[in-house]
Write a protein that binds this ligand. Structure first.
Ligand code: FAD
Ligand code: NAP
Length: 578
């Protein structure tokens, strides 16, 4: 330090977002003795689990894995009741976490962050909110979520509609009254696949407007007996370590054999076993080449299509529901009663219900909204309620919704015009002291996100502690290391079938004009954790560290070469299963 006074700040760290990521970040920052505050546009904690209250919403990673592991006491006291927890249960959990760790007193609710500007001479960020407040912080952490920026329904004549309409991620607080109504649901992604069976139980008639069919694995949901939960908690350390070291962030053993090396009968047996076990990795963890070899992938596709044909009684409807893309390359869905019910009380095989009709809007797209419903080239459908399950501007949407300006006034939007560029999905060159949690270029959305969130929060916390301990106040990803990382991420993706998926939000294809770039890191949670850990252990190679008040070139330590591991590992073959 050169002894010159630092520019004044209100906070050491400003955190944006109060979902799983922002809550844990705040807890860790407090533990470091830093002055931190969270800014959340919503009125409560929970993020995803606050906003997505549509009927049927629940996690698709087992509850006991889709939760924090940082506090043994928290683990021991929370009682998950089902294999896959419902949205209300997950929201209660996050409210409990906020209460238990006294987090609310440092969260500003109803506060949307609109702009972040790096004040270069002061080496601080100016945080601007929609309410006109301005706060200076030494560091910023963006915990804004990968699936939090809503993709609005793109129908200009929507205001003509005489009934009600809802986006699933903006579902009305008190619920929507669907009883006895004619309901149209647009979309057949994970959200619609969860919502439809529940909507069909209430509505008089349901039209499903499908553009692209999706693969869906049976959840095989069930109550979680207390004894089983206790056993899981007892062995939790090991279970979590296995999840952290795995590719998808869940405790699964990696597959050993190629799908093409086993006889057809044995392959089928293994797929059937996975199907009976259920869950997001039902088929993807049977064989090593599921994500990398078209022929291997085809065997799993065919198995899933056969299941659909076996469940849905009308062959024409079954055919329409059969996806054709490489399985797993678009986000695989998990359902309860969309296809099969497994005799769960109160569930039906939805497409066998006489009041549910599937409309193909690939061959005959929705041409517009009318006062009475939705029109396609082949007819008009009279509706009282339209449910738009049309997804999100994923991964980059919430980041770019904020006007972020870094060194030299450059905007993040301009820097990412050709697609996002980060080092580790954590930091971007040109934007000192700014961190993203599960940003593009990290395993984030391909993994159990809570495992990835905990790892990122821990990495950022350790990094800030490192800086503090050395009197350093500035960290920035070098342009060279960032480019190396982007190349590494692309090379891993290009060795798989993922980039070939049509209309996938993984590549931004669901948003018109968005650059088509495969955004997540596909090497798996375990490998990523090791790579990020090595960078930290070597003193943050690839980052420039220093004090802003001194001559940057004298103090900055930029290690650009040799910090990244060799690319193109063959075990990308056993890529994450989401
Ligand atoms: P979020 O929970 O999205 O929280 C981000 C918060 O930031 C939000 O509250 C938002 O209001 C706030 N925010 C954003 N921008 C601003 C701003 N400019 N100013 C102020 N506040 C802002 N992942 C899994 O691994 N397993 C699952 O089973 C699973 N199920 C899902 C189900 C649904 C319906 C959806 C939509 C996603 C699901 N996901 C799942 C992904 C899920 O988003 C993550 O698991 C996790 O909840 C993300 O937590 P987060 O804190 O990073 O982001
Ligand atoms: P999504 O996967 O992006 O699906 C959106 C759907 O809307 C797609 O079927 C899309 O069709 C369709 N669509 C969009 N615009 C349309 C139009 N104009 N006409 C007709 N159809 C249109 O979004 P999502 O279902 O909300 O899921 C997003 C992600 O959130 C998931 O992938 C998952 O990661 C997470 N999630 C998880 C769960 C869970 O099970 N725990 C539940 C919900 C969400 P095309 O495919 O043709 O574009």
């Amino acid at each position: 330090m050169d002894g010159r006074p630092r520019a004044p700040v209100d906070l050491d760290v400003a955190v944006v977002g109060a979902g799983f990521a922002g809550l844990y970040m705040l807890h860790r920052l407090r533990g470091l003795g830093l002055r931190a505050r969270v800014f959340e546009r919503g009125p409560d904690v929970g993020g995803t689990w606050f906003w997505n209250t549509y009927p049927g919403a629940r996690c698709d990673i087992e509850s006991v894995d889709y939760c924090y592991s940082f506090s043994p006491d928290l683990l021991a006291e929370w009682r998950w009741t089902e294999r896959y927890a419902t949205q209300p249960e997950i929201l209660s959990y996050l409210r409990h976490v906020a209460r238990r760790f006294g987090l609310r007193r440092d969260i500003e609710f109803g506060t949307r962050v609109t702009a972040l500007r790096y004040d270069e001479p002061g080496n601080r960020w100016l945080v601007s909110t929609a309410g006109g407040d301005e706060i200076y912080a030494r560091h910023c952490v963006l915990a804004v979520g990968n699936l939090s920026s809503v993709n609005p329904p793109a129908f200009p004549d929507l205001e003509r509609f005489g009934g009600e309409w809802h986006h699933t991620a903006q579902w009305p607080g008190g619920g929507a009254d669907l009883a006895g109504k004619r309901v149209g649901i647009v979309g057949t992604g994970s959200t619609a696949i969860q919502a439809l069976p529940q909507i069909a139980r209430q509505a008089e008639r349901v039209y499903v407007f499908q553009r692209t069919p999706n693969y869906s694995m049976p959840a095989q949901n069930r109550p979680l007996p207390p004894g089983e939960l206790d056993e899981v908690i007892q062995g939790y350390r090991e279970r979590r370590r296995a999840a952290e070291e795995s590719d998808p962030g869940i405790p699964v053993a990696p597959p050993q054999r190629s799908a093409l090396q086993v006889p057809a009968q044995e392959r089928r047996r293994m797929y059937e076993q996975g199907w009976q076990r259920g869950g997001i990795n039902a088929l993807s963890y049977a064989f090593t080449d599921y994500f990398t070899d078209e022929r291997a992938n085809f065997t799993a596709q065919e198995f899933a299509r056969e299941k659909i044909r076996g469940i849905v009684r009308d062959p024409a409807v079954a055919q329409m529901l059969c996806p054709t893309h490489h399985i797993g390359t678009k986000r695989t869905c998990v359902d309860i009663g969309y296809f099969e019910t497994y005799n769960l009380p109160g569930y039906f095989e939805t497409y066998n219900l006489p009041h549910v009709e599937l409309i193909d809007v690939r061959s005959s797209p929705i041409s517009g909204v009318t006062p009475g419903g939705l029109a396609t080239a082949s007819g008009e459908y009279g509706l009282d309620v339209i449910v738009f399950a049309v997804g999100f501007d994923a991964i980059t949407g919430a980041l770019l919704d904020i006007d972020i300006r870094g060194r030299g006034g450059q905007t993040l939007a301009a820097r990412w015009a050709g697609g996002p560029r980060t080092l580790l999905g954590l930091c971007a060159s040109g934007f000192p002291n700014l961190f993203m949690i599960t940003g593009p270029g990290s395993p984030g959305v391909l993994s159990n996100m809570v495992v990835s969130i905990e790892q990122h929060v821990d990495w950022i916390s350790d990094c800030l502690a490192y800086l503090e301990a050395r009197g350093l106040d500035r960290i920035e990803a070098s342009a060279k290391a960032e480019s190396d990382w982007v190349r590494h991420v692309n090379e891993l993706a290009d060795a798989t079938l993922y980039p070939q998926a049509p209309t996938s939000w993984y590549v931004g294809a669901n948003i018109p004009g968005k650059p088509r770039v495969f955004m997540p890191y596909i090497g798996g949670c375990g490998r990523y954790r090791r790579e990020a850990g090595e960078i930290a252990e070597r003193g943050y190679t690839g980052f420039a560290l220093g004090t802003a008040s001194a001559d940057a070139t004298a103090l900055a330590r930029v290690c650009s070469g040799g910090n990244l591991p060799p690319t193109g590992r063959s075990s990308a073959a056993a890529g994450p299963g989401r």
